[in-house]
Each structure stands twice: as C-alpha cells, then as structure tokens.
Design a protein around this ligand. Structure first.
Ligand SMILES: Cc1ncc(COP(=O)(O)O)c(C=O)c1O
Length: 397
C-alpha cells in the first residue's frame, strides 16, 4: 500500500513551494506565503475526493481518532466499541480521552462483527468504531443501523483503506466521523499526518479548534484569536501537507496499480481450493492494499507463513503472532502498563479484559495471512511472486 514507493517530481514541487517561501506553519504569516496554503489545499482536495463537507488535517492518524472522538464529546468513562483486530492506535486514542475501549470480536471480513457489537452495548456506550483493516471494510449498513437504533456515534477508522468504497461512497465518509492516517506506510502519505472527515459542521468546527489549542481561527491575527474551549496542538506542518497534496492527486493511480497487482496474485491463489479469501461486504470495493485469505487451521497457517518467508515472499503477515495488530499480544494493555496514573474510569472499565473470551477472533486471525500489495513490482516480479506463493502454500497444506 505505500505511496512512498512512487515519490517523484510532483512531491518535490509541492515541498519546494513551501521551502521557497519559508512558511512551514499552516496558519498565519499571510504576507510571506506567496499564496501557498498547502494544508488548506489538501483539505479541499480530500473533501472533493472523499465526498465530505469537512476534512481537518492533523498530525497523525492516531491524533485523528482522538480528535474525532473529542469533537463528538466522548470522554471520561464513555465506552467506545472497537475490534480486536486493528492497530494499537485504536485503543490508545480512546484511552487518551479517559474513555474506555471495549474490544469485540471480528468476523470473516476481518473487521467488526455486528452481532458482537450489539451484545457489547451498555448504557455507557457512546460510539462504535469499525476499523477497515487491510484495504477492505466492515459491514457499514449493519453498523449504521445499530448506531441509529441505539443513538450511538459511528466513527470509521479508514487509515488502512483510503481509496476503498462501500455502496459507491468512499470509506471514511459514511459514519458520523471518519479518520485517515497519512503516515509513511499508508496508500497515500504525507510522511506523518492524519485526517478527520465529517459532514457535521459542529464536529468540523470542534476538530478545527481542538487540534490547534482551541483557537477560533477568526481573522488573520493569531494573537487576537479567542479560545471557545480547551484544545491541544495536533497541527500538521505545511511540509507534510505539501507531500500529501501531491499524493492525493495520485490516489486513483495508486489504487489502479494495486488492483492490477492484487488481481494477478488472487487469480493464482484461487487455484488452491484450501485458500478461502476474506469476505468483502456486499457493495464494497477494496483499495486492494492487501490480499487477505484464510487457511484450514493455525498449524497450516504457521507453516505457510514460514514457507512464504523462506521463499523470499516479504510482507505477508500472520497477525496471530504479530505484536501490533491483534489483542493476543497486547500484554501492555491487559496489564495496564502506563507511565503515569490513568483515570479510575479506564482502570475499572478495562477489568473485563481479564476474563474476555476472544476465541472467535482467535479462530479468524489464527487462520489468516494478509499480504501487502506493492506498487513498484514489475509484471515479471508479480508473476514470479505468484508462482512462489502458490508453491509455498501448496507445500504447507
Ligand atoms: C487502522 C489504523 N488506525 C490508526 C493508525 C494510526 O496512524 P498514525 O501512524 O498516522 O498515527 C494506523 C497506523 O498504522 C492504523 O493502521
């Protein structure tokens, strides 16, 4: 998925614009900028591309998730339902606000199981956060329905699936709020950066002010601006925004390359009857960032994962044994290892983790391998890769 594979003249041109006028900050310094407002331009481009009314650029995807929740008024003791399979950023961002991450099972989409979500709702639940992992998506109609029936906020984390769509709409634009990461390994990158997407003007205003110390951004004298509420500094720099601006204009190109490469690998693996591909919800179109499939059981999957590595097939992840993406290895969360005392609500709220049963998620993740799709492969390299993958998997089953 990494856009960094195809850096070039467009990225350099945008960055040079910023370096030449020397204004690295996204706000203020109007006279010095020679008309360059890279963050503003990127926000407009994101709005156009992702069909949302408001896009707020921030410093990271993790910040975007925290800001989205803060914008919707989620805080101390509120419960946010999230999947067991995601990136650590999901629970970090929730806990930053003193809210409680409630981890629930995934299904064969590799994202939130709507039935598990229903069962996890309590009077303290405020939001449901599907994380569209590995280029595909959760069943958003089902989750929207649950949220509407229970008066909950739907926050999509689309960091790993920018460019994917559900029933014709870009991921991130469907919930009350959407979040993207523009870090170095995402399909389009700014180096570091994140985005909060929303069609709700109140949430948009909150995200704008909250990510810049609560500034109201009225007029052009920063020192004279008022602070309607507390905020923090989660600003993106103009340099990062400049890179992102070049990359957003290449999103369609990147998705098309990924689709081509993905299709060659998928067609090859489809010859193996024991390979079962992840389910993509009806009406979904992936970003083709990963090819994700299931094998029969943990033992076979471990063997296949080792065989892929031995045969030089890089970037195929068996998340069951991975430290970053699955609850099984998040000992620091289970033991609540923090540098500082955490809110009593969070401590109490996370007690359930001591006894939670995630055997259903275990079953999916134990049998799953997800292979990153790169942009820079030549046709020859992909074909050779496909042959090697088929041989390695066949030898393991
Ligand atoms: C699903 C998901 N959410 C959030 C993030 C956090 O993004 P960032 O690295 O920009 O903080 C990531 C990063 O990998 C991610 O994969």
């Amino acid at each position: 998925m990494p856009g960094f594979e195809l850096f070039g003249d467009k990225e350099r041109k945008e960055v040079n614009d910023v370096l030449e006028n020397g204004v690295l900050m996204r706000y203020g310094f109007d006279a010095m900028r020679n008309g360059h407002w890279k963050a503003k331009e990127l926000e407009q481009a994101l709005q156009d591309k992702l069909q949302v009314q408001h896009a707020q650029l921030v410093s990271s995807g993790t910040a975007a998730v925290s800001i989205a929740m803060a914008a919707a008024g989620i805080g101390a003791g509120d419960e946010v339902i999230m999947p067991t399979f995601t990136f650590v950023a999901s629970f970090e961002a929730i806990m930053m606000l003193g809210a409680v991450p409630v981890l629930v099972d995934i299904d064969d989409t590799l994202t939130l199981n709507p039935e598990a979500v229903k069962k996890a709702i309590t009077p303290n639940t405020k939001a449901v956060m599907p994380v569209h992992m590995c280029g595909s998506m959760a069943n958003l109609d089902a989750l929207k329905n649950i949220c509407e029936n229970n008066n909950l906020i739907l926050i999509e984390d689309s960091s790993q699936a920018t460019g994917a769509t559900y029933k014709g709409k870009p991921l991130g634009s469907i919930g009350d709020l959407g979040c993207l990461s523009l870090d170095f390994v995402k399909i389009i990158t700014a180096g570091e950066g994140g985005v909060v997407l929303t069609n709700n003007p109140k949430y948009a205003l909150h995200a704008d002010h909250f990510s810049d110390h609560g500034h109201d951004h009225k007029g052009n004298d920063r020192g004279a601006e008022t602070h309607p509420f507390l905020g923090y500094n989660f600003r993106i720099s103009e340099l990062h925004a400049a890179v992102g601006l070049a990359q957003i204009n290449r999103l369609d190109e990147f998705v098309a390359i990924q689709k081509k490469n993905y299709t060659i690998l998928r067609d090859a693996l489809a010859q193996i009857p024991e390979v079962v591909f992840r389910t993509v919800p009806e009406g979904g179109e992936e970003s083709y960032s990963f090819l994700s499939f299931f094998l029969a059981d943990l033992e076979t999957t471990r063997k296949a994962s080792a065989a892929l590595k031995e045969n030089g097939i890089d970037a195929c992840f068996h998340y069951y044994d991975n430290q970053w993406h699955y609850i099984r290895k998040w000992q620091h969360l289970k033991d609540l290892k923090t540098l500082y005392p955490i809110p009593a609500e969070v401590k109490k709220g996370l007690k359930y983790l001591e006894t939670a049963d995630y055997s259903k998620s275990d079953d999916f993740i134990a049998r799953n391998i997800s292979c990153l799709i790169k942009l820079s492969w030549t046709e020859e390299e992909i074909k050779l890769r496909a042959e090697k993958m088929v041989a390695a998997i066949r030898a393991s089953i």
